[in-house]
Write a protein that binds this ligand. Sequence first.
Ligand code: ADP
Length: 666
Amino acid sequence: MANKLFDKILIANRGEIACRVIKTCRKLGIKTVAVYSDADDGALHMRMADEAIHIGPPAAAESYLVIEKIIAACKQTGAQAVHPGYGFLSENRKFAAALKEAGIAFIGPNPDAIFAMGDKIESKKLAKQAGVSTVPGYLGAIGGTDEAVKIATEIGFPVMIKASAGGGGKGMRIARSADEVAQGFSSATNEAKNSFGDDRVFIEKYIEQPRHIEIQVLGDKHGNVIYLGERECSIQRRHQKVVEEAPSSFLDEKTRKAMGEQAVALAKTVNYDSAGTVEFIVGPDRSFYFLEMNTRLQVEHPVTELITGIDLVEQMIRVAANETLSIKQEDMKLDGWAVEVRIYAEDPLRGFLPSTGRLARWRTAEESNVIRNDTGVVEGSEISMFYDPMISKLCSYGKDRAEAIATLSAALDETWIAGIGHNVNFLSAVLDHPRFRSGNISTNFIAEEWPNGYGGTVLPEDRQNSALAIATLIHIRNELRARHLGGKLGLPDWVPGEAWIATLNKQDHALTVTDADGGLDAKIGKGKALKVRSAWKPGEPFFRGTVNGAPVVARVSARPDGVRIVHGGAELDVAVRTPRAAELARLMPEKLPPDMSKYLLCPMPGLVVSIAVAEGEPVKAGQALAVVEAMKMENVLRAERDGTVKKVNAKKGDSLAVDQVILEFA
Ligand code: ADP
């Protein structure tokens, strides 16, 4: 029997969002068609779908963004509707119109709503008319630098210069003085022209210590629109979301209702008929201002689903099939708390540069009623340079904020990614940060807490002590096993109950260890005994157990003389030795790492675009030395200190590996 919604849906996207849409289609008994580029041949979304159509070369402009190819794939497979996911063609009015023309349903809003909300200047004007509070500013394109300075002075500093066609944080500058406006105006204009082919910029008030809070709306084709609470996305890096949660720890019922009603009013003015998001910036006094409306499913939609129990993709499909919304505003209840972290293939220790390559390992906490893992890759998948380097959206649910954060933090401890750079340790550091836990956050959180970038996580003393005790248990079990396998030959002469020295970052910690049922009790110095219990066996990649009764998960691997332990975002190399062995180890000459400060190294695999200096040239700290392109982004490498170039080892057009020497300094 034919499905009363659709028999077959094509998903014009890839990665996690394509997989996520396919899951709901399956639940609804709808067949699915995936599309894939050469780079995605064999990808998870392609394998999950009932059918898959090849649509061309890796570059999105030649595959996922080609409207005719998507429509041809629908015709070939008989798909009656298309879900666009986010990004790609999701907010492309021409695409929505072309589908309509071809008699294929677009699982998204009507083309006019996409158009009306597609431009920041135009959508702000509409919002203002609909009675939505907007950021004070000048709602028009600005002709030149003088005009920009004049307008900024009228608005009052600080101001934000923004590209009207903007997205993804591009073409955006904060200016705190007339000089900065002049500078910001020309760079924002250039960036807007290069990124969007549209150089219109406008100026608005910059809200200090802002929080980003957005309202999820849902409409149908019969004039009904409701709001499904808010999401807070204040944890951002360069205006890009990193951690999201629902609800927001900042809103009271009154503000929530006011924001929700304004979002619905705006949606109604454009006859909004799908899932959409109205973004607001919220000041420290809870004054809120409309930023923009996203006319698609949002990356961070899972946190809303977790606290409302509503499947947003299902609702999008139902309203696209002309159904009337069955959920009423008064039925909406927000229950509990959900948090999402975006796991990216990027290297936080190198300024978050994107990382590419094969995911040699990809494991995380198992999905359950409190853990959700939206991913589009499996162990062995390739993270290519062609698309967004997202590995997963890992989400947790709890009865309150503290519980949701603790669950997600523990899930990150169970996450193991290898083969490429990733931000898991950084995400752990954010979730464990006392300021994040307090809820006192703003969009400046990351910049304020890591002003010099992220350089690794240092655990608080109690957690570090637990890690040392765990390392000791692991080391003893490894040794016991080695002794069992190899007899006593060459092994240290020890019995449990003796003293041990755990060395971390060249610091010795004396442990007194006593054997206990299922583990050991370890006293560090004069501290209280830590009771470590675990069924961990040599060779297992994860330690799962308890320390003084509290559950702990850590990734562990054996190292010569000790254990590497990854926990709470910290990577600890702990040497565990008998006091005698530790004494001898102290006598060993220290192997110093080579001094690399005299070299400019390539921070990621990439292509040399230009070298800005010549041999013998003196350079100043901060001066641009070279430009390297990776993942279609140009990265300017700068001098860390004053010096003189001794040798240039690379030239324009060279393709360099990570850590390859570009320049040598005298
Ligand atoms: P994009 O479409 O490029 O993502 P948005 O307008 O949605 O741009 O803004 C992205 C982020 O920039 C916001 O989440 C917020 O952190 C910051 N931002 C934008 N406008 C303002 C403003 N007027 N004051 C303070 N912060 C702002």
